[in-house]
Design a binder for this molecule. Structure first.
Ligand code: NAI
Ligand code: MG
Length: 334
């Protein structure tokens, strides 16, 4: 774990350029000793220098050990030489567990009582990018390993507050999803005997998350299911503009808002910076071991929202810009 707190700051594309500086301002208010080093990645970077994740960015990220990654735009058609830089960065830093908490937000009409954590395996599954096609038949390879399943399972057991739900589809994919399920179970039963363990098929988990989110504590899932279910869960937390995440490994962590580059609102100054701010709070708590700083950020954000101030996506009485919201949070932390 880093002694002198260094943060590699990667704004990326679109609203990443807007929410990242806002979140960094808030972080510096509570942890003024953090030293920030900016680096580039994304589609704009690819167009400028021919690489979506330049080698210097990887080096800076490794040296800092802690990263704030805004968002990047990815083309939905295949572009020669382009690979998603965040998928690549998670792999290069071996950040194998993706933590995505959802808590009932202090927003009018929001369902209360939700406090769940989706933990997504972050290095394999369908995201290994092995696809082929002859134009008529297209195939994608999906890889699940015992090692990756066990280590994400261990993080999930450690962070769970009492109950762990293993999500899979082992009835259809008994070899891959069966290996995931059995590996997590082995770790839980051997090392965390007091933990309550349950299983859900991914479709049933989606239904239950949409109907009874307060039933869940911690869910652990292979990469693709975790990606989808955590976005679904984010709806209970006030939407994508509010959803934080942390990618955790042994030697590095990447704080990353769940949302993308939001091209529909990029440049209007209206992006919600809460997801980025809360991602830095996760980083402060779970990587830098600075729980007071994390609490301070979370409380200031919650109090600002509770006072009715928020960006337009939240439909609060006092609609404000990214910057005005940030000033309101900073004022509470001063
Ligand atoms: P998106 O998350 O960028 O946007 C979805 C909707 O949510 C849009 O209407 C957007 O305006 C709204 N939204 C998202 N974040 C917001 C915020 N902070 N404040 C206010 N409104 C917000 O997802 P979309 O549209 O599917 O993808 C856009 C681009 O982002 C694509 O190029 C996609 O590949 C990329 N993407 C990147 C991710 C990453 O960098 N980790 C994750 C998801 C998508
Ligand atoms: Mg996603």
């Amino acid at each position: 774990m880093a002694e002198a707190l260094r943060l590699c700051v990667i704004p990326g594309d679109g609203i990443g350029q807007e929410v990242v500086p806002a979140a960094v301002q808030v972080l510096r208010q509570v942890l003024p000793q953090v030293e920030c080093v900016e680096a580039e990645a994304g589609w704009g970077c690819f167009q400028r220098v021919g690489k979506a994740l330049p080698i210097q960015t990887i080096e800076t990220a490794k040296q800092c050990g802690a990263v704030l990654f805004g968002a990047v735009s990815s083309p939905s058609r295949k572009v020669e030489g382009y690979r998603s830089p965040i998928v690549e960065l998670r792999r290069r830093l071996d950040c194998y567990a993706n933590l995505r908490p959802t808590v009932s937000p202090p927003l009018p009409g929001a369902r209360q009582g939700v406090n769940l954590l989706v933990i997504r395996e972050n290095t394999e599954d369908i995201y290994i990018g092995e696809e082929e096609s002859d134009g008529e038949v297209a195939t994608a390879m999906r890889r699940i390993t015992r090692l990756a399943s066990r280590r994400v399972g261990e993080v999930a057991c450690r962070l769970s507050r009492g109950k762990l739900t293993i999500v899979h589809k082992a009835n259809i994919l008994p070899l891959t999803d069966g290996l995931f399920r059995d590996s997590v179970r082995e770790v839980a039963e051997a090392q965390f005997p007091r933990l309550e363990l349950e299983e859900r098929l991914v479709d049933a988990a989606a239904y239950e998350l949409a109907r009874y989110p307060e039933r869940f504590d911690t869910l652990v899932a292979p990469n693709l299911y975790g990606d989808i279910l955590s976005d679904l869960a984010a709806a209970w937390g006030g939407g994508l503009g509010m959803a934080p995440s942390l990618n955790l490994g042994e030697s590095a962590a990447i704080a990353e808002p769940v949302h993308g580059s939001a091209p529909d609102i990029a440049g209007t100054g209206q992006a919600n910076p809460v997801a980025a701010m809360l991602s830095l709070a996760l980083l402060a708590r779970s990587w830098w071991n600075q729980p007071e700083a994390a609490d301070a950020i979370e409380k200031a954000v919650a109090a600002t929202l509770a006072s009715g101030v928020g960006t337009p996506d939240l439909n609060l009485p006092a609609r404000c810009s990214t910057q005005a919201f940030t000033y309101a949070v900073l004022a509470l932390l001063a």
